[in-house]
Design a protein around this ligand. Structure first.
Ligand SMILES: [Fe+2]
Ligand SMILES: [Fe+2]
Length: 164
């Protein structure tokens, strides 16, 4: 779980870095990007404490995240928000499935710490998704195919990162 989440939050920081390269001086993106960095720090910290190695796919997520971020932003600001909405939808559900699973674990200090981090990230991702929708995430003419592509890529990345 820690490796998957660390990979996901790393990918998120790359995604926003890609968007910010195209949409300069965008306060919403800056704010979301800062929160993704915080999320990454939380999981980096846990990975260090529990001696979890980062996924071997990290360099790929760097390129894919940045690429998808830039690509969506080049389609316009609303498409960049479509991408945010789609990623967050997958991540919110992913975090929920982890929380459901962790409820069955013995509530040790490290399990509670992981749960707290997941809850904090999940609640931020919910506000990112709501903000993206409020800013027109579903308004772009290509919103549906872009969201579908983004969700598939996100699910694939999560699946791979949890393996190795
Ligand atoms: Fe995040
Ligand atoms: Fe987010």
């Amino acid at each position: 779980m820690i490796r998957g989440n660390q990979a996901g939050e790393y990918g998120a920081t790359c995604l926003y870095a890609g968007k910010k390269r195209i949409l300069k001086n965008n306060a919403t993106m800056d704010h979301m990007a800062a929160q993704e960095k915080e999320h990454l720090c939380l999981f980096n910290d846990l990975a260090l404490k529990q001696s979890v190695q980062p996924t071997v796919f990290q360099p790929l997520w760097h390129i894919a995240g940045k690429g998808l971020g830039m690509f969506s932003a080049m389609m316009g600001e609303k498409a960049a928000h479509t991408c945010t909405m789609a990623v967050e939808e997958v991540i919110i559900a992913h975090y929920q499935s982890q929380l459901d699973e962790l409820a069955f674990f013995e509530q040790t200090q490290s399990v509670r710490e992981l749960e707290n981090h997941i809850q904090k990230c999940q609640s931020d991702e919910m506000s990112h998704k709501d903000e993206a929708i409020a800013l027109g995430a579903t308004d772009h003419a290509l919103a549906t195919p872009l969201a579908t592509l983004t969700k598939l890529a996100t699910k694939g990345a999560i699946w791979l990162s949890q393996k190795i």
